[in-house]
Design a protein around this ligand. Structure first.
Ligand code: HEC
Length: 247
């Protein structure tokens, strides 16, 4: 996924090339869940609806997304409360799958699954919110504004703006679902591809004279970096279980 700056420039010049992501979304579900038949029931329905192709893999095959005890609580049945979690650099399809599962259509599909005339799954007992350790200080509104002005060129930063951003660049929602999202957002300017075009006032050194920013540079104050963190910290709870705004 670390496309590097050449790949990035390629993406900027060829948004359509970047949007096509042919790889299947790899999903892992423990045997006890698979044996209910739920996956065979929901996955084709999801793929039909979204054109995102999926495959079930073993836990050692680097799944993009897994069902288990951790992540977002979705439903209970077959002896457990089932959560879903994404892994690694996100596949654009994983966000679609997460969103679909949390949407009314997705939830109803799971809850209506009744292989022998009886439903198996119910809504989770209590929606377990992810505990954000010490919510960062700063200003959410400033964070949203900074994200819109300085990040939305490449990232999807808010709901209902699905068409902006570059297809292969992870959305803020996907990044927010990673366990170390705070580290990533706190230091994004040091993580590729950003150093080549990002300046943080009083933090980063000026671009080397022989390597000026290849695109219009992105410049933020430290207060804005903090504010983006505050904004992003609110994204996941706001989306929990909410019906999809757009399909
Ligand atoms: C010119 C395009 C571009 C802009 C503008 C941009 N990003 Fe990114 N960003 C990317 C790409 C491409 C990746 C994926 C890199 C990868 O997968 O290795 C990324 C990844 C990230 C990551 C994850 C990094 C990691 O290695 O885990 C964070 C966090 C992030 N961006 C935050 C931001 C924030 C905050 C802004 C705005 C202040 C921003 N980005 C602006 C292109 C951009």
């Amino acid at each position: 996924m670390r496309a590097g700056i050449l790949g990035l420039i390629f993406c900027l010049l060829h948004p359509l090339a970047a949007a096509a992501e042919d790889r299947l979304v790899r999903i892992y579900a423990p045997d006890v869940l698979v044996e209910t038949g739920l996956m065979q029931y929901i996955l084709p329905r999801f793929s039909l609806k979204t054109q995102v192709r999926v495959e079930l893999v073993g836990p050692e095959e680097a799944p993009d997304l897994s069902f288990g005890p951790q992540g977002r609580a979705l439903f209970q049945g077959a002896g457990a409360t089932w959560h879903v979690q994404t892994h690694g650099a996100a596949h654009p399809g994983t966000e679609r799958f997460m969103a679909w599962l949390s949407s009314e259509v997705g939830r109803n599909t799971v809850l209506s699954f009744a292989p022998e005339g009886e439903t198996i799954f119910a809504p989770p007992e209590a929606v377990e919110r992810e505990v954000v350790s010490a919510a960062p200080s700063g200003n959410v509104a400033l964070g949203l504004a900074a994200s819109q002005q300085k990040c939305a060129r490449c990232h999807v930063v808010e709901r209902g703006r699905g068409v902006s951003g570059i297809g292969s660049t992870p959305s803020f929602f996907v990044l927010r679902s990673l366990p170390d999202w705070q580290d990533r957002f706190g230091a994004f300017y040091a993580l590729n591809p950003h150093p080549a075009f990002t300046q943080i006032e009083g933090v980063t050194a000026p671009f080397p004279e022989d390597r000026p920013s290849p695109i219009h540079p992105v410049s933020l104050s430290l207060a804005e970096v903090e504010a983006v963190l505050s904004y992003v910290s609110g994204l996941e709870p706001a989306d929990l279980g909410a019906p999809l705004q757009h399909q």
